[in-house]
Design a protein around this ligand. Structure first.
Ligand SMILES: O=C(O)CCC(=O)C(=O)O
Ligand SMILES: [Fe+2]
Length: 358
C-alpha cells in the first residue's frame, strides 16, 4: 500500500514548546539518576517515575488526563518535541537495546507520559518482559506480521487475544526510516460507524471472532486462540473495538463478511503519521486499532527505531499474575492454566450464519 492513500492531519496533537521540552528533559535526567541500577519493571521505579511525572508541563498533563478519561474520536494522541537523548546509540539490529540507560532520557520521558495514562506493564512472553521495548526491523523478518517486520503491518488491537491486553500503548520515535515511508496508522470505530451497515454492526457486536496468539505468546509451539470475542462493544456513539486483520478468525460466514466490511471501511479512513524524532503517539487500545505502512530497512544501525510502552487502567485486576512488586505479567500459558480451560475453537451455534469449513 502506498502512504498517499491515507489521510493525515486529523490526530489530536500537542507540541511541546522548547521551554516545556527543556523542563521535561530536566525531569528525565533526574529520573535516570534516581532509578540508577534498579530494574525498570518494578513498583519502586514506577513510584519514582510517577513522582517526577507530577511535575511535567501542565498543558501536557491536561492533554493526557483528558485523553485517558474522555478519549478522543480518533483514539490517538500525538505529542511532539518530546525530549530524547542528544546522542542516541545505533538502532538495535536484534530488537533489543542492551541497556536502557543508553537512551535514558527517552526512556524516562516515555515512562512519565505513560504514568498519566495508567499503570505501566510488560509481558514475560514478549521482548523479555521489558516495560519499554524496542521496535526495529530485524533482517529476515521483513514479512512477519510483527513489529520486527518492515512490510505493511495489518491493523490490530495490541495483544487483543490476551486477558490483560493493554488499555493504552505509546510509540516514541527515536529514528525514522530513511525515506519516511513507514507511517503509523490508526483507525477508530466511532469515526466509521456511520459507514457500516446496521447488519454488519449487529454481527460485529456478537462474540463470533477469535484471535490467534502472536508467536511470542504461543509457547510450546501451539496455535492458541483467545476465547470468542465481539469486535464492537460499548455505547453506539463511543464504540470500542477489538480487531486484528491478520490474526482474527471469524467463526461463521456472516462474521467473515462483517469483518471484511469493517476492514474496507476502516482502511478507507485511516489516519497516518510519519513519526519523527521525539514524536510520541499514544493509542487508546479500546477505541482504535493501529498498523504501519511498509518501509525499506538497511540493517546497518541507522534504521527506523521506535520504543513502545503499555499501560493498564486497573493494576489490581492482574495482581494474581504478577510477582509482588513487579509490573510484568506471567507467561500467557501459565495465566490460562490457572483458569478454566480455553473454549474449544469450534464455531458457535446459534443461527448467525453458516460455519466456515476448514
Ligand atoms: O511500527 C509501527 O509504527 C507500529 C508497530 C506496532 O504496531 C507495535 O509495535 O505494536
Ligand atoms: Fe502494535
Amino acid at each position: 500500500m502506498s502512504s498517499t492513500e491515507f489521510e493525515a492531519g486529523d490526530l489530536d496533537e500537542v507540541t511541546l514548546t522548547d521551554d516545556e521540552a527543556a523542563l521535561m528533559r530536566g525531569l528525565c535526567a533526574e529520573a535516570v539518576e534516581a532509578i540508577g541500577n534498579a530494574d525498570l519493571g518494578t513498583q519502586a521505579t514506577m513510584t519514582t517515575v510517577e513522582l517526577l511525572g507530577c511535575r511535567l508541563p501542565e498543558r501536557l498533563v491536561a492533554a493526557l488526563v483528558t485523553f485517558r478519561c474522555v478519549g478522543s474520536p480518533g483514539g490517538a494522541l500525538l505529542v511532539r518535541n518530546v525530549p530524547v537523548d542528544d546522542r542516541l546509540p545505533t538502532t538495535p539490529t536484534d530488537g533489543y537495546l542492551p541497556d536502557w540507560r543508553a537512551a535514558g532520557i527517552a526512556t524516562a520521558a516515555q515512562l512519565m507520559v505513560m504514568s498519566h495514562l495508567g499503570n505501566i506493564i510488560g509481558y514475560a512472553d514478549e521482548k523479555r518482559g521489558r516495560v519499554v521495548q524496542d521496535v526495529a526491523p530485524i533482517a529476515g523478518a521483513e514479512h512477519q506480521q510483527e513489529n520486527s517486520g518492515s512490510a505493511y503491518l495489518e491493523l490490530h488491537t495490541e495483544n487483543g487475544f490476551h486477558p490483560f491486553k493493554p488499555d493504552f500503548l505509546s510509540l516514541l520515535c527515536l529514528r525514522p526510516d530513511h525515506d519516511r515511508s513507514g507511517q503509523t496508522l490508526t483507525g477508530a470505530a466511532t469515526r466509521v460507524r456511520s459507514r457500516l451497515s446496521e447488519s454488519c454492526v449487529a454481527v460485529l457486536r456478537q462474540p463470533l471472532f477469535r484471535i490467534q496468539f502472536s508467536s511470542s505468546f504461543a509457547q510450546l509451539g501451539s496455535t492458541g486462540y483467545s476465547e470468542p470475542v465481539a469486535v464492537l462493544s460499548g455505547p453506539a456513539d463511543d464504540l470500542e473495538l477489538t480487531a486484528d486483520f491478520h490474526a482474527m478468525e471469524p467463526m461463521t460466514r456472516t462474521a467473515r463478511h462483517a469483518l471484511d466490511e469493517l476492514d474496507a471501511v476502516l482502511t478507507a479512513s485511516l489516519t497516518s503519521v510519519a513519526l519523527d524524532v521525539g514524536s510520541l503517539l499514544v493509542v487508546d487500545n479500546w477505541r482504535a486499532v493501529h498498523g504501519r505502512t511498509g518501509f525499506t530497512a538497511r540493517y546497518d544501525g541507522t534504521d527506523r527505531w521506535l520504543r513502545r510502552c503499555f499501560a493498564v487502567a486497573d493494576l489490581r485486576r492482574s495482581r494474581a499474575v504478577r510477582a509482588a512488586g513487579s509490573r510484568v505479567f506471567a507467561p500467557l500459558t501459565a495465566i490460562l492454566a490457572d483458569r478454566s480451560p480455553v473454549q474449544s475453537p469450534a464455531p458457535l451455534s446459534g443461527g448467525t450464519g453458516s460455519t466456515i469449513s476448514a
